[in-house]
Design a protein around this ligand. Structure first.
Ligand code: IPE
Ligand code: IPE
Ligand code: MG
Length: 252
C-alpha cells in the first residue's frame, strides 16, 4: 500500500503570492542577454495560472515589476514594458475564456497612456470572471501601498468623513491596493534570494514563506506542487499555542 499523499488530499491555499525572480540569471547561465530570460519567464506565468485555475485557488498574485526596478538599465526596463504590453494583448482573450478575473496593483500612472488603457480594458473585460483572480503587481511596492492608503485615509479625514478613532486594521486593509482580497496564505520566491524586496509588507504578516532556488523560467507545476506540499506541513498558529490549534479550541 502506498502512503504517498495524493495531490487531491492537499489543502490548497486560498491566495498564493509569488515573487518571480531569476530571469536574468537563467539567461546569463546560457550566455544570453538577461532579456531572453524575461521572455522565457512568460511560459512559467501561463503554467502557474493554469495550475491555480484548475485547483480552485481563489487568488494568485504575481510580482512582475517593483517600484525599485526602474533603477535597472533603460533598455531592460523598456523591454519589460514591451513584453508586458504584448503579453497582455496576446493572453487577455484566453484568460477571459478561462474565466480568470484580472486585476492590477501598483502605481500604474507611471506607465504610458496606451498601456494604462489596455490594463483598464483588461480589468473591465474580465471583471465578472470567477475561476481565479489573477493579480499582477506592476510598479508595486509595499511602502508605496501603505503611503497611498494613508493618503486616501487623510483625504477622508480632511473632509470630515472619517474620525481618527475609526482607523483600524480593517480600515487600512480597505484602503490598500489589495482591498477585498484575502491575505496571501502562501508566499513563494523563486531564484534563491530569501528576502521580501518591498512586496506586500502589510499583507504578508501571517503568510507562510517558501523559498526555492529554481529560477523563474524553470518554474513549473511540479515546483509549485512542492510548495503547496510544504504549506500543508505547516501549522498556522496566528499567535495561539500549538495545543490550542490541535484541540481546535479556536477557529483560524
Ligand atoms: C525577475 O528576474 C524579473 C523582474 C524583476 C522584472 P530578475 O530580472 O530579477 O532576474 P535576476 O534576479 O537578475 O536573475
Ligand atoms: C523583486 O525582484 C521584484 C520582482 C520580481 C518583480 P528583484 O530582482 O528586483 O529583487 P532584488 O533587487 O534582488 O531584491
Ligand atoms: Mg532578481
Amino acid at each position: 500500500m502506498s502512503i504517498s499523499v495524493d495531490m487531491s488530499d492537499l489543502k490548497m491555499p486560498k491566495h498564493i503570492a509569488i515573487i518571480m525572480d531569476g530571469n536574468g540569471r537563467w539567461a546569463q547561465n546560457r550566455f544570453m542577454p538577461r532579456t531572453v530570460g524575461h521572455r522565457a519567464g512568460v511560459k512559467s506565468v501561463r503554467n502557474v495560472v493554469e495550475y491555480c485555475a484548475n485547483k480552485n485557488v481563489e487568488v494568485l498574485t504575481l510580482f512582475a515589476f517593483s517600484s525599485e526596478n526602474w533603477r535597472r538599465p533603460a533598455a531592460e526596463v523598456e523591454l519589460l514594458m514591451g513584453l508586458f504590453m504584448s503579453s497582455l494583448q496576446r493572453e487577455i482573450n484566453r484568460l477571459d475564456k478561462r474565466n480568470v478575473c484580472l486585476r492590477f496593483i501598483g502605481d500604474i500612472t507611471a506607465f504610458n497612456d496606451k498601456l494604462q488603457q489596455k490594463m483598464l480594458e483588461a480589468e473591465l473585460q474580465t471583471q465578472g470572471n470567477s475561476a481565479l483572480t489573477l493579480v499582477i503587481a506592476v510598479n508595486y511596492g509595499g511602502r508605496w501601498d501603505l503611503c497611498q492608503a494613508t493618503q486616501k485615509v487623510i483625504d477622508k479625514m480632511s473632509i470630515g468623513a472619517l474620525e481618527k478613532q475609526e482607523i483600524t486594521e480593517q480600515l487600512i486593509n480597505d484602503h490598500l491596493s489589495t482591498a477585498g482580497l484575502p491575505e496571501p496564505d502562501l508566499f513563494i520566491r523563486t531564484g534563491g534570494e530569501q528576502r521580501v524586496s518591498n512586496f506586500m509588507l502589510w499583507q504578508l504578516a501571517y503568510t507562510e514563506m517558501y523559498f526555492t532556488s529554481t529560477l523563474w523560467p524553470d518554474f513549473d507545476q511540479s515546483v509549485l506542487e512542492e510548495a503547496v506540499r510544504s504549506f500543508n506541513g505547516r501549522q498556522r498558529r496566528f499567535g495561539h499555542t500549538s495545543e490550542q490549534v490541535l484541540n481546535q479550541a479556536i477557529t483560524l
